[in-house]
Design a protein around this ligand. Structure first.
Ligand code: CMX
Length: 136
């Protein structure tokens, strides 16, 4: 089974504009990173065992820009940590779950990632992440 909720991804127009809000809530910024493959810049806040990930698009064509244009800012995806991503994707595919890609790809924090299409998951974009070592 997936091990835990790795993070909740929130699409924002501007990370800089949203930082003060999360800092007011008392969350500490863990880091900001660019993920060219996904055309996003991301900011992580650690909350106990899980994280919030703010996603800002690097281009007007990226998935996060398209999401905001269509639905506005808000919760974009939920991510579960797994330790067997490739075989899990294969298993899900065999069981009729619609994946965005069959093979793992590179995501933030050095993780390998894969996605389940929201149409196959009750309207929720689900990300699966596998980290190179046990997460700090
Ligand atoms: N959550 C829930 N539903 C979503 C969604 C999301 N994030 N994004 C799109 N949808 C819905 C659309 O609203 C649409 O619904 P309707 O048909 O009812 O209007 C449906 O899914 C299909 O949309 P689409 O127009 O066919 O597809 P899009 O071009 O909007 O692409 C998706 C959707 C999920 C395939 C695309 O966003 C994608 O490839 N995402 C994966 C990559 C990604 O999101 N990367 C950023 C995060 C990376 C990271 O965390 O590091």
């Amino acid at each position: 089974a997936p091990k835990k909720l790795a993070h909740i991804g929130i699409a924002v127009s501007s990370i800089e504009e949203m930082l003060p809000f999360y800092q007011q809530l008392g969350f500490e910024l863990e880091g900001v990173e660019t993920v060219e493959e996904e055309q996003v810049r991301v900011a992580f806040f650690k909350i106990g065992e899980t994280k919030l990930e703010l996603l800002e698009s690097l281009s007007t064509e990226g998935p996060v820009a398209k999401f905001i244009a269509k639905r506005g800012q808000g919760i974009h995806h939920i991510a579960f940590e797994v330790d067997d991503l490739a075989s899990r994707l294969e298993y899900y595919k065999q069981h009729g779950i619609s994946l965005l890609q069959d093979e793992p790809r590179q995501g933030a924090e050095g993780a390998q990632i894969g996605f389940i299409h929201p149409k196959s998951a009750g309207g929720v974009l689900v990300e699966l992440c596998q980290y190179p070592t046990e997460k700090q």
